[in-house]
Design a protein around this ligand. Structure first.
Ligand code: ZN
Ligand code: ZN
Length: 273
C-alpha cells in the first residue's frame, strides 16, 4: 500500500467510526414534535426547583438547549415532593432524595413499538450530594441539570469515561465540569454533535410516523397528573426495570421498564463517583 492508499483507508475508517458514534440517542425515543410545533408551543420544562442556584442551572440549561431544533420553555412546575410526571411535559425537581447513590436521574415515559414517542419526563437532582463539598458548586449543578434535561429529549451520553478529556458538552461524563481544574473544554455547554443529534432526531415528519399519542398533551388544557408515573420509585432500583447500558466503569447507567400498557419508562442515572 502506498501512502495515499493508507491515508484514504484511514480516512474511510474515520468516517465509519464517525457514523457509528453519531448515534447517541436512546433507541430513538423522541417527542412527537417538530421544530415548528415547538416554536409555536415550546416543550414545557416545569420549574419545581427550590433554590436560586437550581433556578440558574435550569435557566442556563434551557437557554443552551434552545440552540437546538427542539424549543423549550421554563414554566411554573406542576409536580410534588416525589416529582411525579405531568403528561406532555418535563418536570424538573431538586430535593434531598437521600443516600441512594445518584446525583441526578432522568426518566422518560414513551410509547412502545414503532413510534417511540416520549409522553412525559422527569429530572431529579439530589441535594443530599449537592450539599456536600465535592458537588456543591454551580458548575456541578449546571452540568447535571443540562445532561438530565438532554436525556428527556432522547439523547444519550457522548462519552462515559470520567477521565477522558472534556468534549465541551454536558452529555460527556467528567470530573471537571467547567474545565477549570485541568484547563480543558467547558462541559456545561453543548457542542455541535448535540445540535446535530437533535436535528437528526427531530427532523422526521410527524405525519408519517404513525400516531402513538406523543407530546400531544403539550400545552393544551390543564396539565394532568399521571398515576402511572408514580409507579417508578427512584429510590428503589428494582422498580426501574432492566439495565440496558453500562458506563465505562461497568455501572448500570440506563434502565428500561415495560409498563405492560404499551408504554415503557427509560431511566438514566448519574451515579456519584
Ligand atoms: Zn415521531
Ligand atoms: Zn446521564
Amino acid at each position: 500500500m502506498n501512502k495515499k492508499v493508507i491515508l484514504a483507508t484511514s480516512l474511510a475508517l474515520l468516517f465509519v467510526a464517525g457514523a457509528v458514534s453519531a448515534s447517541h440517542s436512546w433507541g430513538k425515543y423522541h417527542w412527537n414534535l417538530s421544530t415548528a410545533d415547538t416554536i409555536a408551543n415550546p416543550l414545557k420544562l416545569g420549574d419545581n426547583v427550590t433554590t436560586a442556584e437550581w433556578d440558574l442551572s435550569l435557566l442556563v440549561a434551557s437557554t443552551d438547549w434552545n440552540q437546538s431544533v427542539l424549543k423549550n420553555d421554563v414554566v411554573v412546575g406542576n409536580s410534588n415532593a416525589n416529582c411525579d410526571p405531568t403528561s406532555g411535559r418535563v418536570e424538573v425537581c431538586n430535593a434531598s432524595y437521600g443516600n441512594n447513590g445518584w446525583l441526578g436521574i432522568a426518566s422518560i415515559w414513551a410509547t412502545r413499538g414503532k413510534s417511540n414517542h416520549i409522553t412525559q419526563g422527569v429530572v431529579k437532582l439530589n441535594d443530599t450530594y449537592f450539599d456536600t463539598p465535592e458537588y456543591d458548586s454551580q458548575a456541578w449543578r449546571d452540568l447535571v441539570t443540562c445532561q438530565e434535561i438532554g436525556h428527556t429529549f432522547g439523547l444519550d451520553h457522548q462519552d462515559e469515561n470520567f477521565n477522558n478529556a472534556n468534549l465541551g458538552t454536558c452529555m460527556d461524563y467528567t470530573n471537571d465540569p467547567d474545565g477549570t481544574i485541568l484547563g480543558q473544554l467547558d462541559n456545561r455547554k453543548l457542542n455541535q454533535h448535540d445540535l446535530d443529534e437533535m436535528e437528526a432526531i427531530y427532523a422526521h415528519l410527524n405525519s408519517t410516523d404513525g400516531g402513538g399519542g406523543g407530546g400531544g398533551g403539550n400545552g393544551k388544557g390543564k396539565p394532568k397528573k399521571n398515576d402511572v408515573g408514580a409507579s417508578i420509585n427512584h429510590n428503589n432500583p428494582s422498580s426501574w426495570g432492566r439495565a440496558v447500558s453500562q458506563d465505562a466503569q461497568g455501572k448500570n447507567s440506563v434502565y428500561v421498564r415495560d409498563l405492560g400498557n404499551g408504554q415503557v419508562v427509560v431511566t438514566h442515572v448519574t451515579w456519584i463517583q
